[in-house]
Design a protein around this ligand. Structure first.
Ligand code: GLC
Length: 490
């Protein structure tokens, strides 16, 4: 099968969050299964060009219709982690991607509507005819709309679309101008509530809704989040649309790349270990403490690794830090905040705790340190307010680092409470709490730290249960192939 991935991110060259990991990890898995995958991305100025091999022009002089005229586009190609990528480089007066950041501009909706159209135009003009187009998040919601309204008639007759939503909080809500720019026109037709009309803002276009309505299959990144998006406020206004299209909507849990995240082979882990040699993990704990000037003592070590923003439950991360110290544990934090006020708040906290030998705050992003923390810590906390899938708990499980998480989204599908889960004992791999408040978090954290102090053998069993579970891309890869096969034969 030939799959074209159209996305706004791909690790490690252009990435703002988990989306980039999924695009790379899933593409890799599909290729290993024998499918043929092309990844189509914007050519951002701020990309990691040092991670692209053999960058060269693949197609010059592409003319992409835009408003009444056309925008000339050069399409580049190169290899990213051995995956074939194409980069859309528009020569538009606005310089759509000739900017330092991926997102955060007033014309984001226009930029990515253009990208969606240019990607289809490239497939058409270059003679590429994928069986399935797999596109992601609001940035590419226009792909199935434009395919069925415009490009099918022009020559992309047999292409089918799978649309995956990683985050319902960003939907690409914009004015009807985008209809004119992309050549769809007819605002009264497309703004209809059955099509692209935003449920909350009459007269506004919702790009993600377009993706849901027009795609052949729609997925989100975990089965539990698929349920939440339909039945709770987590659909951010799109629950009713998902209900109408329930027949083609499902949740497929993300995987992680075990070539990168695996304590048996991880080059950033000084003492490599397996479930059979898990005691070697404590060598890494010692090295981690030295690295962060923490005292060597017989105590548990709790960590948080990730972005510091509202979605991740910042107030609970702060609480977890204080509570861990009160319970006689050490705490390590690695992350940055996109919001200056939050970043300052954590800088203050770092300053206050500067002399504490049981706590270290590292405000930055360092893959090397992230690997060492997962290997050296005893527990990680993930107190997210919402979490469509989540990566931290999947990594932690593989590293025998017990997750203490909020019972929400993909965390429900992957972390099973040692005491309260209904699953067999061997499947229980962590601690969970329901309410996103301090008492909720305390209830789980106290149990986890209490088990570490009181019943170390039991704690180790929980670690091993997690390590033995399989969250590689093999399972999700198979699920996507089933979906692709189904829509191909529709
Ligand atoms: C988004 C979600 C996160 C998910 C990731 C990859 O960043 O917030 O939960 O893991 O996408 O699908």
């Amino acid at each position: 099968m030939f799959v074209a991935m159209i996305a706004s991110e791909c690790a490690p060259v252009a990435q703002a969050g988990g989306l980039g990991e999924v695009v790379l990890g899933l593409s890799r898995e599909l290729s290993m299964r024998g499918d043929f995958v092309d990844i189509i991305l914007p050519k951002y100025d701020g990309m990691r060009y040092d991670r692209i091999e053999y960058l060269s022009v693949a197609f010059d002089g592409l003319q992409v219709p835009w408003y009444q005229g056309t925008v000339p586009v050069t399409v580049w190609t190169g290899l990213v982690n051995e995956r074939r990528c194409f980069f859309i480089d528009p020569h538009s007066p606005e310089g759509f991607f000739a900017r330092p950041d991926l997102y955060g501009y007033d014309d984001d909706a226009m930029r990515f509507a253009f990208f969606s159209k240019a990607a289809l135009e490239f497939l058409l003009a270059s003679g590429r005819r994928p069986d399935v187009i797999h596109c992601h998040d609001w940035q590419t919601g226009m792909v199935p709309v434009l395919l069925y309204e415009t490009y099918q008639r022009a020559g992309l007759y047999d292409q089918r679309v799978c649309y995956t939503i990683h985050n319902f909080a960003h939907q690409g809500i914009t004015g009807p101008e985008v209809l004119r720019a992309t050549g769809l026109g007819r605002p009264e037709h497309f703004l209809h509530p059955d099509r692209l009309g935003d449920p909350g803002n009459p007269g506004a276009v919702n790009l993600m809704k377009g993706g849901i309505v027009y795609a052949n299959a729609v997925t989100t990144v975990s089965p539990h989040h698929a349920w939440e998006a339909r039945h709770t406020e987590q659909g951010h206004g799109l629950g009713a649309t998902l209900d109408v299209h329930a027949g083609k909507f499902s949740g497929v849990l993300n995987g992680i790349d075990y070539d990168v995240w695996n304590p048996e082979i991880d080059p950033f882990v000084p003492e490599r270990y397996t479930p059979e040699s898990v005691e070697l993990k404590y060598g890494n704990k010692k090295i981690l403490r030295d690295r962060f000037w923490l005292r060597q003592d017989y105590k548990p070590l709790v960590a948080y690794v990730g972005r510091l923003d509202r979605q991740k439950g910042v107030h609970l991360i702060r609480h977890a830090l204080h509570r861990s110290l009160e319970l006689g544990a050490q705490f390590v934090l690695l992350g940055t905040s996109p919001e200056p006020a939050l970043q300052q708040e954590f800088e203050r906290l770092r300053w206050e705790l500067n002399d504490n030998p049981d706590c270290h705050i590292e405000l930055g992003f360092s893959p090397e340190l992230a690997h060492l923390i997962y290997a050296g810590a005893d527990m990680v906390v993930v107190p997210s307010l919402f979490e469509p899938c989540g990566l931290a708990q999947l990594i932690a499980l593989k590293y025998g680092t017990v997750p203490v998480v909020r019972h929400i989204g993909g965390l429900v599908d992957t972390v099973h409470d040692r005491e309260h889960s209904g699953l067999p004992y061997e499947d229980r791999n962590g601690f969970t709490f329901h309410q996103p408040d301090e008492q909720g978090l305390d209830s789980a954290l106290t149990r986890a730290i209490g088990l570490w102090w009181g019943y170390p053998e039991e704690f180790r069993r929980v670690m091993l249960h997690g390590m033995r579970q399989d969250h590689s891309w093999a399972g999700p890869g198979w699920s996507y192939v089933q979906i692709f096969d189904r829509i191909r034969h529709q």
